[in-house]
Design a protein around this ligand. Structure first.
Ligand SMILES: NC(=O)c1ccc[n+]([C@@H]2O[C@H](COP(=O)([O-])OP(=O)(O)OC[C@H]3O[C@@H](n4cnc5c(N)ncnc54)[C@H](OP(=O)(O)O)[C@@H]3O)[C@@H](O)[C@H]2O)c1
Length: 293
């Protein structure tokens, strides 16, 4: 299938490699086109604009940082909405507010296209290997059309309602994990007087009922960082995680529900960013919190 992808950041690039591996003809565009070079080497084509990606593709995926990026890529000069989308399926996988997805669905339909949102759980590794969790919003017929492609990217697909519904579930799913990183920083601070070796302490904490499954993968990185070793390249950085927390806060406000742990976690993330940790993986939040002076 001819698949286009706009937004070849960490997640978008991993998705492109997966799409190539599963036999698709992939055309990509990114604001910073230098990031597409490894993808071209792997077999992707480039197009000079999002509109040109759409013209070259049957399905267009976008994987963008936030609502501003969506606005630029869809409605900017030569954006996706500036071309006739008749017969094309557009799938946005970014993590944004439900209302951003609702409005985007209307605009894509007005340009002639079909629209499905599929924000995802999982990070770069699962994106690279087709093991994401897909939280899907869209009309039944559009989702049925997207399903075969999404099955190649996701180990589990949950269609939970119309556009906007996927974003609602994605924000709910991500909330406990992002709060956990701050909570872990506080737990590590409480355990500090014990003087246990980081590896042992993380091993104990990782085998308790309050621990998310993410610790299976991230625990060793955290232990190593607590022992003073640098963290490897970020899969999901502190700045992007903070963005997700602000989207959760804003969505909770719109719903009229209070989310005090999100507000509290945000303060920890803000402090980590102020200390220069914004570009590091989100697991630097507990490391920073428990080692700060
Ligand atoms: N990383 C993860 O583990 C993970 C997991 C699940 C969901 N997500 C979500 O997936 C989305 C992408 O995350 P990521 O980790 O791939 O982020 P990333 O590496 O920072 O990539 C962000 C992408 O958005 C583009 N972008 C940002 N601002 C833009 C603008 N104003 N105009 C045009 N393009 C813009 C970037 O283009 P440039 O390269 O030109 O800056 C890049 O392609 C986010 O919504 C994130 O919350 C991430």
């Amino acid at each position: 299938m001819k698949v286009g992808l706009c937004g070849t950041g960490r997640m978008g690039s991993a998705l492109v490699l997966r799409l190539l591996e599963t036999g698709h003809d992939v055309t990509v565009w990114n604001r910073d086109m230098s990031k597409t070079a490894p993808l071209v080497e792997a077999g992707a084509k480039t197009a000079p604009s999002p509109a040109a990606v759409a013209q070259a593709s049957e399905v267009v995926i976008s994987m963008l940082l936030n609502a501003d990026a969506i606005e630029a890529v869809y409605a900017g000069d030569n954006g996706l909405l500036k071309t006739d989308l008749t017969g094309k399926l557009v799938i946005d996988m970014s993590t944004v507010l439900p209302e951003t997805e609702e409005k985007l669905a209307e605009r894509v339909r007005a340009a002639g296209g079909a629209y499905v949102e599929c924000p995802v759980g999982g990070t770069v590794g699962p994106a690279r290997t087709g093991k994401l969790l897909g939280f899907v919003g869209g009309a039944d017929a559009d989702v049925a059309r997207a399903h075969p492609l999404l099955e190649q990217l996701c180990a589990r697909i949950e269609h939970v309602g119309p556009p906007g519904a996927g974003a609602r579930l994605k924000l709910a799913v991500n909330l406990p994990l992002l709060v956990y990183w701050q909570a872990l920083g506080e737990a590590l601070s409480l355990a500090k007087p014990l003087g246990l070796a980081p590896e042992r302490l993380i091993d104990i904490l990782s085998n308790t009922s309050g621990t998310p499954t993410a610790m299976k993968m991230k625990g060793p990185d955290i232990a190593s960082a607590l022992a003073g070793k640098p963290l490897g390249p970020a899969a999901f950085d502190v700045t992007a995680a903070r963005k997700d927390l602000t989207v959760m806060r804003d969505y909770a406000q719109r719903l009229g529900v209070s989310a005090p742990t999100v507000e509290a976690a945000l303060r920890g993330y803000d402090e980590a960013i102020a200390a220069g940790k914004g570009g590091e993986d989100a697991v630097s939040v507990p490391v920073y919190w428990s080692t700060r002076k």
